[in-house]
Design a protein around this ligand. Structure first.
Ligand SMILES: CSC[C@H]1O[C@H](OP(=O)(O)O)[C@H](O)[C@@H]1O
Length: 349
């Protein structure tokens, strides 16, 4: 990637507002939503104007700052702020980054006065945003060690600058491989029903002239059967201590196909995506979303209005189907029951 290339910014903040790139309108329109309250941010997270586990965590932290400004003159300021934090954390249930970031921010202001709270929450949100790019570049560089020579990869959903503070997780590894001239091409799953692959990943890769081919989700198996990919790399929304991983719906199918075709399957994610309270995938809440996301495409019916649907936003890939996790602190390989605990607790060698 051209080092002078400007990464797309999903989140921008000024002294009194947060601007979220409205990802519902991509790739056609680049437009930022102004947010001045926590409720504005909650709404943007729920409609996926801002999306992607790390990005919604950062947006949530900014939302808490906006709430502290709104509540400035409210009696019981900290009690009200705690209620706002709980509302922001519950905007979407699966990505642990959201609850982690909001809890992290709140924990730093409990004993502060109102003005110091407002100032500190803004500093923390700015810090999470600024640090995320460096953190993703570390993930990207650790990912380089997993591949020999020039490789073709398949990815699912969007894990790029739009899903993070910049650079991306799985897409960050792809960017690092491209920068090192070690990427042949990327097969991009369109990722039904909301098409994060077609609309967002294809857009990011096209902007940077990274070689890619867009495929329908149903083509992933055929692409593997034809030996067109050397590996699969995806992101994550929440990872349990045994390696079971919640990620965009369809990830499990890709993992099963990769396993069948003996193709390595990697998950790229920051340590903040690992949930020490989740022993297995059974402990991860899966968000169920609006049926019209399946029945309609940009407002146009593609199915009978009365047809029932099943629309989980995520599925669980068992740890046994995952070759390794790529984090900012290194690569985590099986046995995940031990190695994830070691990495999360800082005891990894
Ligand atoms: C960098 S992780 C992004 C992660 O979040 C996506 O979900 P959504 O678009 O619904 O926020 C998807 O699971 C990606 O892997």
């Amino acid at each position: 990637m051209d080092p002078t290339f400007e990464l797309v910014e999903a989140i921008r903040a000024t002294d009194n507002a947060v601007y979220l790139l409205d990802q519902r309108q991509l790739p056609d329109i680049v437009d930022y939503l102004p947010c001045t309250t926590g409720q504005d941010v909650i709404q943007a997270i729920q409609v996926l104007a801002v999306r992607g586990a790390p990005a919604i965590g950062i947006a949530g932290a900014y939302g808490l700052w906006l709430e502290s400004r709104r509540l400035r003159d409210t009696p019981n300021f900290h009690d009200e702020l705690k209620k706002s934090a709980e509302q922001i954390q519950s905007a979407r249930p699966t990505a642990v980054n959201l609850s982690w970031a909001v809890r992290y921010a709140l924990s730093h202001v409990q004993s502060l006065g109102v003005d110091d709270t407002i100032k500190t929450l803004k500093q923390i949100a700015d810090q999470l945003l600024a640090e995320d790019v460096a953190l993703n570049r570390q993930i990207g560089d650790w990912g380089l060690s997993l591949f020999d020579g020039k490789v073709s990869l398949l990815t699912h959903c969007n894990t790029g600058s739009l899903a993070t503070g910049g650079y991306g997780t799985a897409l960050g590894v792809i960017r690092s491989l491209f920068r090192e001239h070690r990427l042949r091409e990327v097969f991009v799953d369109e990722t039904r029903p909301l098409l994060q692959g077609a609309r967002l990943t294809a857009w990011e890769l096209s902007q940077e002239k990274i070689p890619a081919r867009l495929i329908t989700d149903s083509m992933a198996g055929s692409v593997m059967a034809q030996h067109l990919v050397d590996g699969v790399i995806v992101g994550a929304d929440r990872i349990a201590l045994n390696g079971d991983t919640a990620n965009k719906i369809g990830t499990y199918s890709v993992a099963v196909l990769a396993h069948y075709h003996q193709i390595p399957f990697y998950v790229a994610a920051p340590l903040s995506t690992f949930d020490a309270n989740a022993l297995s995938g059974a402990d991860i809440p899966i968000e169920m979303r609006n049926p019209d996301e399946i029945r309609k495409l940009r407002g146009v019916n593609i199915a009978p209005e009365e047809i029932e649907t099943y629309n989980p936003a995520f599925d669980i890939t068992p740890g046994r189907l995952i070759t390794a996790f790529i984090t900012e602190k290194g690569v985590i390989r099986p046995p995940f029951d031990k190695t994830i605990r070691d990495m999360v607790s800082g005891n990894a060698p």
